[in-house]
Ligand binder design. Structure first.
Ligand SMILES: Cc1cc2nc3c(=O)[nH]c(=O)nc-3n(C[C@H](O)[C@H](O)[C@H](O)COP(=O)(O)OP(=O)(O)OC[C@H]3O[C@@H](n4cnc5c(N)ncnc54)[C@H](O)[C@@H]3O)c2cc1C
Length: 489
């Protein structure tokens, strides 16, 4: 008899959702293999903002998830807008330019509310995502629809609670243990893994294996191979352990690749951010208030419509666009009219400040003559209208390329500040193809018996761009499915 019912590879949100779900559905011997040592455990989940995008028909549906929300945020259930499944679908399809796999999207969206409620039932505390989603307008708060709830204490809290829940449910966790290869019997059934731990290599048997071990964002060789230049130079926003091992293992036994292998999630981060995620800073290197300012490259030119949409719908592609500028850097410039609107995360940075735009430009390492001209042209192109940070206000530039389509105010109120940014990689989009049971399909389009995948390893959902807060929800939805079906093998 195999040593385990289910082996889960990884210990982030997706893998631990799978492990807990497998226990819930009757698997008695479940082990999670975590490549990282205990002090670096938890994958990207630890570094995340803990934000969860999911569909809900009415704000009242949120009450069971955050029953005491109004104790901290007055009028929460009054101010939040409904986010029905159709709106989630439209957001996902709009930002992925219609390429999100329709079948996987339906599973993700259709099961999103129920899965977040399941997480809450497992004991994961949730709260309104004030610092990520809320914009104060007078005495009301305007929430970004669909992305209003996060795990308490963000990713750090989410990861810590998942480990506690897994331990309470009897899931064994083996730290500093990497899966290196899948084993199969003569019929092609996956029978376990070969793992490398402190004592060397060992074969571990199971009735089913769930791969939840992330993408290849922390592997510069794979980034160069699939994403091309300059991605081998990108800073990694999260864990250093997601090096594509699960994808390699699955592809080696004939798994079907799926989704955009040249694509990834990448955001504007502090240009001085460390090469890999910092356990304490986590996602605080993000610089996502660019819709209220102007973004220049080292040639002193604008290169992106900063006001194309709300940050949650553009930030995940902007990192790559910045990385592809000369030197891989950009400068976000704001005037004092909007500095109160900058996300709290900007406090971890060191802005360059000056009392005039010309003096600010003089302090920046860019083509100064071009930058001065760009800022003059921008100011001259700003049209009329009322600025509203909580709505697509249509305050746009006229006759400027690229345009700024919303929130285009003149830069005219000193002091002026500049934040140097680069593009940091979050996770990769290419993955393996799974079906509605989260089983991995083979290149002959049949499930590989005994093999499941979840989280960043699932290909097909995200292309080009991504709606903020969807990664954790996807991990939980497909993790829960994978664990439940693996338990039945
Ligand atoms: C800074 C940052 C902020 C983010 N903010 C948000 C947010 O607010 N909301 C949101 O939805 N998403 C966010 N994301 C994305 C989100 O974190 C990921 O989509 C999600 O955590 C992926 O979960 P996962 O379980 O698939 O992978 P991970 O959480 O990365 O877990 C992968 C696990 O696999 C392990 N592993 C790797 N290889 C092996 C191996 N060979 N053997 C054993 N174990 C292995 C790793 O050590 C790790 O434990 C953020 C990401 C980052 C980096």
């Amino acid at each position: 008899m195999a040593e385990y019912d289910v082996i889960v590879v990884g210990a982030g949100n997706a893998a631990l959702a799978a492990a807990v779900s497998a226990r819930e559905q009757g698997a008695s011997r479940v082990v999670a293999l975590e490549k990282a040592p205990e002090e670096l455990r938890g994958g990207n989940t630890h570094y995340s903002g803990g934000l969860l995008r999911f569909a809900y028909a009415a704000p009242e549906d949120l009450r069971p998830l955050v029953p005491d929300a109004e104790r901290h945020v007055a009028g929460f259930f009054r101010d939040v807008e409904p986010y029905p499944a159709e709106r989630f679908r439209q957001d996902l399809m709009r930002v992925t330019e219609g390429r999100a796999d329709p079948e996987l999207s339906e599973i993700l969206i259709g099961r999103s509310y129920d899965t977040i409620a399941w997480m809450a039932k497992q004991g994961i505390p949730l709260e309104p995502a004030v610092s990520l989603s809320a914009v104060r307008v007078g005495d009301r708060i305007k929430w970004s629809p669909g992305a209003v709830i996060r795990a308490r204490q963000e990713g750090v809290g989410l990861s810590k609670t998942w480990f506690e829940v897994a331990r309470e449910r009897g899931v064994e966790i083996r730290y500093a243990t990497s899966a290196v290869r899948l084993t199969q019997d003569g019929r092609g059934w996956v029978t376990g893994v070969v793992a490398r731990g402190a004592d060397g290599f060992a074969e571990i048997g199971a009735r089913a294996v769930v791969l939840g071990c992330g993408g290849f964002e922390a592997n510069p060789e794979w980034r160069a191979r699939y994403l091309g230049r300059p991605w081998d130079h990108a800073k990694v926003r999260g864990t250093r352990y997601n090096t594509g091992d699960g994808l390699r293992m699955a592809l080696e036994i004939g798994a079907l690749p799926h989704g955009q292998w040249t694509g990834c999630h990448s955001t504007p981060i502090d240009a001085d951010a460390p090469p890999h995620g910092d356990r304490k800073l986590t996602d605080k290197t993000n610089r996502l208030s660019y819709p209220y300012g102007v973004l220049l490259n080292a040639q002193g030119r604008r290169f992106f419509d900063e006001g194309e949409d709300f940050q949650f719908y553009t930030y995940a592609k902007l990192g790559g666009i910045i990385l592809n500028q000369p030197g891989g850097v950009g400068y976000q410039i704001f005037d004092s009219k909007v500095t109160d609107l900058l996300e709290g995360r900007y406090k971890t940075g060191k802005p360059i400040a000056a009392d005039s735009l010309a003096a600010l430009v003089d302090k920046l390492p860019l083509d100064r003559a071009a930058a001065r001209r760009t800022l003059e042209d921008y100011n001259a192109a700003v049209g009329g209208g009322a600025f509203d940070p909580a709505a697509r206000d249509g305050l746009a530039t006229k006759g400027l390329a690229p345009a700024k389509s919303n929130w285009a105010q003149r830069l005219d109120a000193p002091p002026f500040v500049a934040y140097p940014v680069t593009g940091g990689i979050t996770f990769t989009f290419g993955g393996v193809r799974v079906n509605e049971r989260a089983q991995v399909l083979s290149t002959s389009w049949a499930p590989i018996p005994g093999l499941y995948a979840c989280g960043e390893m699932v290909g097909g959902l995200f292309h080009i761009n991504y709606p903020g807060g969807t990664g954790l929800t996807s991990g939980a939805v497909f993790g829960r499915l994978a664990g439940a079906h693996a338990a039945g093998e």
